[in-house]
Ligand binder design. Structure first.
Ligand SMILES: C[S@@+](CC[C@H](N)C(=O)[O-])C[C@H]1O[C@@H](n2cnc3c(N)ncnc32)[C@H](O)[C@@H]1O
Length: 301
């Protein structure tokens, strides 16, 4: 089956994620979340074995809060770009959703989630463009997938067009009053991803991905959603990357046996380069809570 996406192609995604689930299990925490954790209140000297896990769970709870998914309320949620199912598992296990549908374009992630057979959680090997649910959702999350929705060659106008299409889809998927939660990396202190770090990450790690800017995210969403909450934290990503780096370093022997010395070295460099990108303010992290507008607005051009 061929999965067609407007953004990063399924083949490019597989280049990254399909190095094998076992490799990622070595250095991610037990939730298998592969996006920035939320570190507020977690002491710097707490070992990453417990600190990273607590920070990832705090991030998942934060997204469920933004979605208004109260305990026992029986919410129906969609997770666009579900990875290895961190949010799906957490939402169901904590009683914050009756059902969660997760979309991924990675075959390895889909196989992993299907094998888990988690009650209440359904994984689909499907791009957001193709998702046509039978019933509306109460909440739609996208945690670390929006970065893949546009490609490197697109103009700003083309990116805005794709992002607007995404928010239009979300509007159609959600019930009146439904909520949306978005976590995305975005360019901040630089105009775009040119320069050695951007080139390395763009060519060797995430081929063809293109980060948004905040103005593009909010501008594209504006006709369909009002912004309820906006958090910025480059620090959250820098700390998460540092924790992943330390864990990968400790697992070096096993990692090299699984993926080879080259891939191990590439990942160590990529984690470090990404950390520097956040530390020097070139990129930042946004967590945005949106509320669906009843009717889309026709904004002046
Ligand atoms: C960085 S991972 C984040 C996974 C997860 N949300 C987490 O926090 O660990 C990005 C995810 O987005 C998915 N993705 C990328 N492009 C997509 C698309 N067009 N439609 C649906 N999912 C997509 C990938 O398959 C992957 O699961």
């Amino acid at each position: 089956m061929t999965i067609t996406t407007t953004g990063t192609s399924a083949a490019d995604i597989e280049f990254h994620y399909d190095l094998g689930n076992d490799f990622y299990e070595l250095w991610l925490d037990g939730t298998l979340a592969y996006t920035a954790a939320k570190w507020d209140g977690i002491p710097r000297d707490e070992p990453d074995s417990t600190g990273l896990h607590r920070a990832q769970r705090a991030k998942l709870d934060h997204h469920l809060d933004l979605l208004g998914a109260a305990h026992g309320a029986g919410a129906r949620l969609l997770d666009v770009g579900c990875g290895w199912g961190a949010l799906m598992r957490h939402a169901v296990a904590e009683g914050r959703a009756a059902s969660v549908t997760g979309l991924t374009v990675s075959r390895a992630q889909y196989a992993y989630l299907t094998a888990l057979g988690l009650p209440g959680a359904e994984a689909r090997l499907e791009s957001w463009e193709d998702h046509r649910p039978e019933r509306r959702y109460d909440g739609v999350a996208a945690v670390g997938s929006f970065e893949h929705f546009a490609t490197a060659g697109m103009s700003r106008a083309e990116r805005l067009g794709v992002y607007a299409q995404y928010f239009e889809h979300c509007h159609g998927w959600l019930r009146p009053g439904g909520r949306m939660s978005l976590q995305s990396i975005a360019y901040d202190g630089v105009a775009d991803g040119s320069g050695p770090v951007g080139e390395f990450v763009g060519s060797d790690i995430f081929p063809n991905a293109r980060l948004p800017r905040l103005s593009e995210i909010v501008g594209a969403a504006d006709p369909y959603f009002s912004v309820a909450v906006l958090h910025t934290s480059a620090e959250d990503y820098a700390r998460t990357l540092a924790a992943w780096s330390a864990r990968l370093l400790r697992a070096r022997g096993q990692a090299e046996r699984l993926v080879g010395e080259d891939a191990y070295r590439r990942y160590r460099r990529y984690l470090r380069a990404s950390e520097v990108t956040f530390l020097r303010g070139a990129a930042t992290l946004y967590r945005i809570g949106f509320v669906r507008r009843d009717e889309p607005l026709r904004l002046p051009v």
